[in-house]
Design a protein around this ligand. Structure first.
Ligand SMILES: Cc1cc2nc3c(=O)[nH]c(=O)nc-3n(C[C@H](O)[C@H](O)[C@H](O)COP(=O)(O)OP(=O)(O)OC[C@H]3O[C@@H](n4cnc5c(N)ncnc54)[C@H](O)[C@@H]3O)c2cc1C
Length: 393
């Protein structure tokens, strides 16, 4: 099945998209294959943020894909966004993740921001002039946000912030601005923090970019530590309701988790495409290795899982689009999609034999990229806990 067949099969077997979504999918696929694939190659070598590609992507309206037209966005629906996400993810997980974080942040501004905040920030997010980042994780607070130690105290009309964040994506590029920061503004009777969300402009006094991390993949995405030493922002930079920060952040997670399903589907499809092509041309024992049944089984599994993850992701995206409760489905597609992606990358590596170990081969990168999908956006253990809770455990 080549890329075009995939497009046709989407619209032909009872899961038909609206014509605009098909148009968007075609456009994104063409852009990804031409521009994002070039940016991916450069990122792998230089580890630099893909400014040129981001600019071109933004010029297509994609930085503001979910932003209302009123604030300069193209205001497409989340289902279309998920369809587009798979196309990007098939070519570059890194670019897809940069985009995912940016869109998530824009969404938070749209849902929680007041008119002034939207005017000041959301318009710039919509055009891609600035890049969004979201800072929750700390050295002692990963899965458990109850460990957050960063504090914000209101003094004379300003919030004074002290603490550290770690691993934060998109936070340190030349165009990063309007960081959404999660900090404690109070504590509960048991001592656990009550969180609020804040807008932190890049030039805030006392806000410093810490070390950036050397990663095994996702090169080109900026991930770093953030340091707040009496960082001072105006009182008006509180985003949403004081004390509701965690609830506000969690409300954006369903879409984020469905995105991870699309990242998984894209990665599995990429493994399938590469493995099929390689297996057909690689000859051993006088035959193409695609004629060996043990190789065929791996390729067939990839095809099954690509289709299953895609269908399940689109199902969850549709529920989300219709405003239906989809917390369990989102957790399921995140878990299933990312674990099937890891399996596909291992199998694709195996089919490539020793060549899979060489960095020149795409499957080498796929293998390095997949594991983190099981950890980001809430680890798969946490997803399973959510699913079990939903089932009444
Ligand atoms: C490349 C990268 C980008 C990131 N980008 C961002 C970002 O932009 N913003 C941000 O805020 N954070 C970001 N993160 C942080 C990411 O969200 C966390 O790494 C993730 O939430 C897990 O937290 P942790 O790494 O501290 O692991 P921990 O929470 O310490 O977990 C360690 C292990 O224990 C397991 N575990 C924990 N609690 C339980 C439990 N109750 N039951 C069973 N098992 C459990 C976990 O599943 C995991 O296997 C990023 C991380 C990376 C590596």
């Amino acid at each position: 099945m080549d890329s075009n067949d995939r497009l046709i099969s989407y619209s032909a077997n009872g899961r038909s998209f609206e014509s605009e979504t098909i148009e968007l999918q075609r456009m994104v696929r063409a852009f990804a294959e031409k521009e994002i694939s070039k940016a991916q190659e450069k990122m792998d070598e230089s580890h630099d943020f893909p400014y040129d590609c981001w600019q071109k992507w933004s010029d297509l309206g994609m930085a503001g894909i979910l932003v209302p037209e009123e604030y300069g966005g193209v205001e497409l629906d989340p289902f279309s966004y998920i369809v587009a996400m798979e196309e990007v993810a098939r070519v570059s997980q890194t670019f897809a993740l940069i985009w995912q974080v940016h869109v998530l942040v824009g969404n938070m501004y749209n849902l929680l921001g007041n008119d002034d905040q939207k005017d000041t920030w959301l318009r710039k997010f919509a055009t891609g002039e600035i890049l969004g980042a979201f800072g929750l994780t700390e050295p002692n607070a990963g899965s458990d946000a109850g460990g957050v130690q960063t504090r914000a105290v209101l003094e004379n009309g300003h919030w004074k912030i002290n603490g550290n964040k770690i691993f934060i994506s998109n936070a340190g590029t030349e165009i990063s601005d309007g960081l959404i920061l999660m900090a404690a503004t109070d504590k509960k009777a048991d001592g656990r923090p009550i969180l609020s969300s804040f807008i932190v402009p890049r030039n805030t006094p006392g806000f410093k970019l810490g070390q950036s991390f050397k990663k095994m993949a996702w090169h080109g995405m900026d991930n770093r530590e953030l340091v707040f030493e009496n960082a001072t922002i105006p009182e008006a930079n509180l985003l949403g309701v004081e004390g509701a920060g965690l609830k506000q952040a969690l409300s954006g997670l369903n879409l984020g988790r469905i995105v991870f399903g699309a990242l998984g589907a894209g990665l599995i499809q990429a493994c399938l495409d590469e493995s099929l092509e390689y297996a057909k041309q690689r000859r051993q024992f006088g035959k193409s290795i695609s004629s060996f049944q043990l190789v065929q089984a791996k390729i067939a599994d990839m095809a099954i899982h690509a289709e299953a993850v895609r269908s399940f992701t689109l199902h969850a995206a549709r529920l989300f689009n219709e405003g239906k409760d989809c917390q369990a489905e989102a957790a399921m597609v995140k878990t299933f999609g990312t674990e099937m992606a890891t399996k596909a990358t291992l199998d694709a590596f195996q089919i490539h034999g020793g060549y899979g170990f060489m960095e020149d081969y795409k499957v080498n990168r796929y293998f390095r990229e997949s594991k983190m999908l099981e950890i980001g956006e809430g680890t798969n253990e946490i997803q399973r806990l959510l699913i079990a809770k939903h089932l009444g455990c």
